[in-house]
Design a protein around this ligand. Structure first.
Ligand code: NAD
Length: 320
């Protein structure tokens, strides 16, 4: 009997990449709606198709959906975070949960570096000026990147990639990470206060956890260099938006580069109005290449497990 893979939802125009990988292995792909359906509908899809594997992007894979799938071997997330999957319920039933933790390291670090270059060279600022009819090169207040210090909070996969790129641009690079003691020779690991006080550009690459919530708060901003740039391409909750708005008003911050916001998709009007604010709608992960890699690798995890192998990126340790 053919094995069935349920794709609960997908955040791209079609299911072509997933279908190709799954069908090439001889399995059947059943796709739910592209837009994530409510949990009850996903439960019903599971009850209808009794999938051997579930691939999910944003839709909730509940304990009920897992219980309704007696042959289920794996729930594979098309992404990194696992908050839409009942991992404990999967583990209890001996089902693997996997993700693709590193598909967008290059993209997110490029995004951070892009904000840094745009700020130093006034790319977004002057583009806005020119479009509104102003041509005023004498107003330029630009920087030489190779004379600046860049401090990176969170020295994991993405933080390390950003560090290497900022070094290639000639910056002095500092890093703060309470869980890391190893860094390449030319990168200085420092404490958080030193990082804030010594950096012209502060980049947040730390994950959102109870201990990093509002890591950037009024106290942290008061320790930053006057006129500095704050970049957040991690999660909105790491930065206290109200404190940032104050920091921009006081001139401690001359700009921000935010791909994520605490209350996204709501953008505070104070940020919209500030000429130094650069904001993108949580797209740092995205590129044609990263999305294809994500989709292919998530589907390959399913094929590996349904073919009797071990997943490459297990996020649980199911009792077998
Ligand atoms: P990672 O796990 O490899 O690295 C995170 C690092 O942060 C770790 O080294 C960890 O020790 C460190 N850390 C933990 N607590 C800290 C703290 N209090 N202060 C400083 N550092 C701390 O993760 P990664 O792959 O580098 O991703 C980093 C974050 O980027 C993710 O957690 C995710 O939220 C975010 N992200 C955003 C996008 C996007 O599209 N904007 C895409 C992918 C990832």
């Amino acid at each position: 009997m053919t094995r069935t893979v349920l794709l609960t939802d997908y955040a791209w125009p079609d299911d072509k990449v997933e279908r190709e990988v799954i069908e090439r292995a001889g399995f059947t792909l059943v796709s739910g709606p592209a837009k994530p359906a409510p949990a009850a509908e996903i439960d019903a899809l599971a009850a209808q198709h009794h999938p051997d594997a579930i691939l999910t992007c944003w839709a909730e894979v509940s304990a009920a959906a897992i219980a309704a799938s007696p042959a289920l071997k794996i729930v594979a997330r098309l992404g990194v975070g696992l908050d839409n999957i009942d991992v404990d319920a999967a583990t209890e039933r001996g089902i693997w949960v996997t993700n693709v933790p590193d598909y967008c390291v290059a993209e997110v670090s490029d995004h951070a570096v892009g904000f840094a270059i745009a700020w130093a060279r006034g790319l977004i600022h002057f583009d806005r000026e020119v479009r509104s009819g102003r041509w005023d090169p004498a107003s330029a207040n630009l920087r030489r990147l190779s004379e600046l210090t860049c401090g990176i909070a969170g020295f994991g996969r993405i933080g390390r990639a950003t560090a290497a790129k900022m070094q290639a641009l000639g910056c002095r690079v500092l890093a703060y990470d309470p869980h890391t003691s190893n860094a390449p020779d030319n990168i200085e690991l420092v404490d958080f206060e030193t990082l804030l006080a010594s950096s012209d550009i502060v980049v947040i690459h730390a994950p959102l956890t109870p201990s990093t919530h509002h890591l950037i708060n009024p106290d942290a901003i008061s320790k930053m260099r006057r006129g500095s740039l704050l970049i957040n391409v991690s999660r909105g909750g790491v930065v206290d938006t109200a404190a940032v708005i104050e920091g921009l008003a006081s001139g401690i911050l001359s700009g921000v580069g935010f791909d994520v916001l605490e209350d996204e998709p709501r953008v505070p009007p104070e940020l919209i109005a500030h000429p130094g604010a650069m904001i993108t709608p949580h797209v740092a992960f995205s590129s044609d290449a990263s999305l294809i890699e994500l989709r292919r690798r998530a589907a390959e995890e399913v094929v590996r497990v349904l073919s009797g192998g071990m997943p490459e990126q297990p996020r649980n340790n199911p009792r077998r």
